[in-house]
Design a protein around this ligand. Structure first.
Ligand code: ADP
Length: 372
């Protein structure tokens, strides 16, 4: 697996029961997954020679992030190493401009959008969609809301162009909430769809995920799952695909973006589904039969644990575990910095309000924003 973050750590964990040998290319020996994987190569995934050396002897390569240059992935394939997802699929998770163009081509519902050349062009786009505010995004390199701007005037639009990366303009969708349709697809074409979830963001960072999305119209949920399956088939995705969606106030869904790897909106599946996203990602990458994606409980809630006042969150375990025996804590081994995602908790049950309260309480307690 290329990339040493928490997604690699949890994918590795899912491979242990299968007795897989898991090799990691990590930026540093301290990265989340590098702390737990036995076979770690420390190196730069942007360097083709490093990637090639790393890939030698691997049966298949997969990713913790989407930043490996497309041409490097093609070179690995030319060397005879299966890359899953492959470069032709992955480019749609790397480049928001390519993603929007392709989704529009296959008729997937998207916000109105176009590439804009400069602030004046962004203002012209705003006129086309009914005026400011509009959203500007650099087509590459964004994450957790970085690389996304809400722009209220032409003067406001200068910043996104400074990076020298093409800029995509989108209408600002007045959404009721954000959803995610997560599916897993294997090379032989088998696919499974998880229940559609609601994802609540705070300051551009995922905060809470509720599975399934409360009150979501059954037909709209089915439509979202079908859409994700169709996107995966059209783009040739292998592994886990997260389709981030907006649910509009008039009951439609629009695609926000795609992630072709395990995703934060799927962390609930570790404890809330029969087969987790990590286990199914591993199975897909190895072309094994996929596991049952159905939920184990009526409701599962995931809350991210962000860095707060405590450098070591272990001190909160006693209280949290004693308070909620259903609670599952997943920490990533990262240094605690304010606002940084350092772990998550999952809990489940029959009463949504109660499950939400328990997950929220544990995340806040571990972080130190509450003390009782
Ligand atoms: P990232 O690559 O950081 O995940 P996204 O494209 O998902 O970037 O955007 C981050 C957040 O910005 C979204 O979760 C959503 O809240 C908001 N956002 C993005 N695009 C739009 C849009 N077209 N209309 C309204 N809000 C948007």
């Amino acid at each position: 697996m290329v990339g040493g973050g928490q997604l690699a750590r949890m994918t590795h964990e899912a491979g242990i029961p299968l007795g897989l040998r898991f090799k990691l290319l990590s930026d540093t020996p301290q990265d989340s997954a590098a702390q737990v994987v036995s076979e770690v190569v420390v190196g730069d995934y942007r360097d083709l020679d490093t990637l090639r050396d790393f890939a030698r002897g691997c049966d298949v390569i997969t990713f913790d992030h989407e930043h490996v240059p497309t041409e490097h992935l093609r070179a690995l394939e030319a060397d005879g190493i299966p890359v899953r997802p492959g470069p032709d699929a992955l480019v749609h998770a790397q480049d928001k401009g390519v993603m929007r163009a392709r989704l529009t081509e296959i008729g997937a519902p998207c916000p109105r959008h176009r590439i804009v050349a400069d602030p004046a062009d962004a203002a012209a786009f705003a006129d086309e969609v009914g005026g400011f505010p509009v959203i500007l995004k650099t087509v590459r390199g964004g994450y957790d809301g970085k690389g996304v701007w809400v722009v209220r005037s032409e003067a406001d639009a200068a910043e996104p162009f400074r990076a020298g990366v093409p800029v995509l303009a989108e209408e600002k969708v007045d959404f009721a909430r954000e959803l995610a349709a997560n599916i897993v697809r294997s090379p032989h074409g088998q696919a499974v769809a998880y229940p559609v979830v609601e994802s609540i963001q705070v300051d551009g960072v995922c905060d809470t995920v509720i599975a399934p999305a409360p009150g979501l119209d059954e037909h709209l949920a089915g439509e979202a799952q079908q859409l994700a399956l169709r996107i995966a088939a059209e783009l040739g995705v292998v592994g886990h695909l997260a389709v981030e969606l907006f649910e509009t106030r008039d009951g439609r869904i629009l695609v926000n973006e795609l992630a072709m790897r395990p995703h934060n909106s799927g962390h609930w599946t570790q404890d809330g589904a029969i087969t987790s996203q990590f286990a199914n990602h591993v199975r897909a990458v190895l072309d094994l039969p996929l596991g049952d994606p159905r939920p184990r409980a009526a409701w599962t809630v995931m809350c991210n644990v962000l860095g707060g006042d405590y450098p070591d969150m272990y001190q909160g375990y006693l209280h949290c575990m004693a308070r909620d025996p259903q609670l599952k804590i997943h920490m990533y081994g990262k240094d605690v910095k304010p606002g940084r995602k350092v772990g998550h908790v999952n809990t489940y049950g029959d009463d949504l309000a109660d499950v939400r309260e328990r997950a929220r309480h544990a995340a806040d307690y571990l972080r130190g924003t509450i003390t009782e």
